[in-house]
Design a protein around this ligand. Structure first.
Ligand SMILES: [Zn+2]
Length: 364
């Protein structure tokens, strides 16, 4: 069998930042020196970035065709996101998993929302009595996760309100867990959170409505948080758009946004594990996990924590290898230390996915 020559990558390796040589042999990492290895790149080596909240196959109007979805996935990959935890898609994106050139993908099926209580064309829109059935169905359709829309504007109430009664959520969480899937939910406001956390939800998306007691409950239950700060930065736009018809909603969004940095940082400081999600494909563009790392730092997270939230800690959470012996060679090389200069995250010197190197300057 013809063997490809071993490849050597040299430089400080995060998270510890210790300088060493990393070898890639037939797509896998080894730390054993390989005589005759060719040095491919030198720089700061980071385990493949993770976008923990992203939507492949979705744009403003619902499902995208496969060609558009492919471009989204390529943009994410070239931005360094080599592992994506999808947070709801109206398209069937299983085919991405057959493509070695596209990021690893953990799908969660389609969003499940209350009838007429979410962006049109995105979700299964269901009544409370159907919620558990749909949760079980999407649990079987996904790769170990489902996504609920926890709250949304209620036009009747004129404000953010839980999508379903707490008992319906609890039944849905139990139904998904019975299928072996974890559950996450879109939650902007406060009201929906106590019931979800108490019912054992695995993760909260956005989480702007968290309060100190709920943060303590998350720590106790081991609930994770993916804030998507770039998405939260759009709250003033939501408030402005709703100001005339829904003044209470506008006030809620304005208040949540004013407290957002303190809320997310209180969760971080209390020990709630936080991961980086760009929300690409929802309202944001794809390929911008770097922007979310910068946003986490902007609200007060130390840079090493923020990068870990988009790399090694997220990989561990999602059960995907880092840079250990024998792992698939999935990593990114940067010319500078991203912990000291986050801007370098926007211009990887190269990405390595399943051992395939892309973007070496002056390449081979
Ligand atoms: Zn989203």
């Amino acid at each position: 069998m013809p063997h490809e020559p071993a490849q050597r990558f040299r430089g400080p390796v995060l998270p510890d930042g210790e300088a060493r040589d990393l070898y890639v042999v037939e797509g896998r990492i080894t730390h054993e020196p390989q005589p005759g290895a060719e040095t491919v790149a030198e720089g700061w080596i980071v385990p493949g970035l993770v976008d923990a909240h992203c939507h492949l196959g979705l744009d403003d109007f619902g499902a995208t065709d496969d060609a558009a979805t492919e471009q989204q996935a390529i943009a994410d990959r070239d931005g360094g996101a080599l592992l994506i935890r999808d947070a709801g898609s109206a398209a069937d994106t299983r085919w991405i998993q057959d493509r070695d050139d596209l990021p690893r993908l953990i799908r969660c099926g389609r969003h499940i929302a209350a009838t007429r209580r979410y962006i049109r064309g995105y979700a299964h829109e269901v009544e409370p009595a159907e919620l558990a059935t749909y949760a079980a169905q999407e649990a079987r359709n996904g790769d170990g996760w489902i996504k609920l829309v926890g709250d949304w504007i209620s036009r009747d109430e004129g404000d953010l309100a839980p999508s379903f009664p707490a008992e319906a959520f609890a039944d849905a969480i139990a139904a998904a867990h019975a299928e072996g899937a974890k559950v996450t939910a879109h939650c902007f406001g406060h009201g929906v959170l106590p019931g979800l956390i108490e019912a054992g939800i695995d993760c909260i998306e956005h989480g702007t409505g968290l309060t100190e007691d709920l943060i303590d409950a998350m720590v106790e239950h081991g609930t994770r948080l993916v804030p998507t700060v770039m998405q939260l930065d759009k709250f003033p736009e939501h408030a402005a758009a709703g100001a005339e018809r829904f003044p209470a909603y506008a006030a809620t969004m304005t208040d949540l946004y004013a407290r957002m940095p303190a809320t997310i940082m209180a969760a971080h400081e209390a020990g709630v594990p936080i991961y980086a999600g760009s929300d690409g494909g929802g309202i944001s563009r794809h390929g911008n996990i770097a922007g979310e790392v910068e946003a986490l730092v902007r609200i007060g997270m130390p840079a090493h924590d923020a990068l870990g939230a988009a790399s090694w800690r997220a990989r561990e959470w999602l059960g995907v290898d880092g840079l250990e012996e024998g792992a698939s060679a999935d990593f990114v090389v940067y010319d500078r230390n991203p912990v000291e200069d986050l801007s370098v995250l926007r211009t990887p010197a190269c990405t390595v996915l399943r051992g395939v190197v892309r973007g070496v300057v002056g390449g081979r």
